[in-house]
Design a protein around this ligand. Structure first.
Ligand code: THU
Length: 168
């Protein structure tokens, strides 16, 4: 038996004023998108903003439904729309923020597992690291410089390509 320690690195900032301008702008767009979330059930508004390699910014927010599982998280709304509009354009970064209806969220929003899976495939297809910029409503910001940090040991299509006759 062998134990392997795999280091993960994130960048931590006290607040958004320490960020480079492009990241600060993306967070602002995410915050603006969160305001328009459709979250009548959870009252937890999430906003996401995606920056593409062609300079386009695509935003999204969580969209809930009375049939709860039919809803979708902000990150996937934004990424799926980005890929539907610009299927061949790499994603450079995604910013994520959240707002509740009780108190101020002052810790970074950590994306859910399903969104991490979608972000990991998006990063692979982009052939470049995806920068993930996470904040609550205000205060500390955490940046992962690649999805590999947020979803190590990802299940990606390599398995399908290597071990099945899938030819996608
Ligand atoms: N939510 C997101 O939009 N993104 C996440 O990463 C975590 C959760 C949404 C889903 C649901 O509408 C609400 O937050 C409460 O879970």
């Amino acid at each position: 038996m062998k134990k392997d320690i795999i280091p993960l690195q994130v960048l931590l900032f006290d607040n958004e004023s320490e960020l480079q301008q492009a990241d600060m702008d993306l967070l602002d767009q995410a915050r603006y998108a969160a305001e328009k979330a459709y979250a009548p059930y959870s009252h937890f508004r999430v906003g996401a903003a995606v920056r593409l390699a062609n300079g386009e910014i695509i935003t999204g927010n969580n969209q809930e439904n009375a049939a709860y599982p039919s809803g979708l998280c902000a990150e996937r709304v934004a990424l799926f729309y980005a890929h539907s509009k610009f299927p061949d354009t790499a994603v450079e970064a995604i910013a994520i923020t959240a707002k509740g209806n009780k108190g101020i969220i002052n810790e970074p929003l950590s994306p859910c597992g399903a969104c991490r899976q979608v972000m990991a495939e998006s990063e692979k297809n982009s052939e470049q690291p995806m920068r993930v910029i996470m904040q609550g409503q205000e205060g500390p910001v955490m940046i992962a410089e690649s999805m590999k940090v947020l979803l190590p040991f990802s299940f990606l299509d390599d398995y399908l390509l290597h071990y099945t006759n899938t030819d996608h």
